[in-house]
Design a protein around this ligand. Structure first.
Ligand code: ZN
Length: 184
């Protein structure tokens, strides 16, 4: 069904500087940055899938590689983290919806986005708790809670208990894991 309805769209990112290997989301206001290797690209073409609800969507690594930019593949499928203050959406304030870049599931609404000062787009709650999944992550010598797309298992970022009301949570996401659509 997803195959039949598959669409192709092109997103033009303007001079996005992305490093998907050097950074980790941190639970402190100073975001840890480790080794750096800058990648520059000025555009990417992605095949996106329409809103697929919460039915699991499975693709092979080869299919994801074909569908995603190399940077988005590294973040969503290999759990890399983009460098802070470099993503497309860390300072976006426009009204709209953020969708999973892999499967098109709506993840976050702009009215839950706040400036956490860490250089990654941050939200105090997802659009629907069933659209994300949280798992314990002990990588990089830290105990964190990883946030995944509940439909396609894309790595999105981490959630920390230092957010604003009403939830007190900070969903610290990678811009590369999401696609923003402005409100009509
Ligand atoms: Zn997804």
């Amino acid at each position: 069904m997803f195959g039949l309805a598959r669409i192709r769209i092109t997103i033009t990112a303007r001079n996005v500087n992305a490093d998907t290997r050097g950074s980790v989301h941190s639970d402190t206001s100073t975001c840890a940055i480790m080794t750096q290797s800058r990648l520059r690209y000025t555009g990417m073409t992605q095949k996106l899938y329409p809103d697929s609800g919460v039915a699991p969507l499975t693709r092979s690594d080869a299919q994801w590689r074909e569908a995603l930019s190399p940077e988005a593949f590294a973040v969503t499928r290999l759990k890399h983290t983009e460098r802070p203050f470099t993503g497309r959406y860390w300072d976006t304030t426009e009204a709209g919806t953020y969708y999973c870049v892999c499967c098109g599931t709506p993840l976050f609404a702009s009215d839950t986005k706040f400036d956490a000062g860490c250089g990654w787009p941050s939200y105090f709650e997802p659009i629907d708790p069933e659209h994300v999944r949280e798992v314990r992550d002990t990588s990089h010598g830290m105990v964190r809670t990883e946030v995944l797309c509940n439909v396609c298992d894309a790595h999105l970022g981490h959630v920390f208990p230092d957010g604003p009301p009403p939830t007190g949570l900070r969903y610290c996401m990678n811009s590369l894991s999401m696609r923003f659509e402005p409100a009509k």
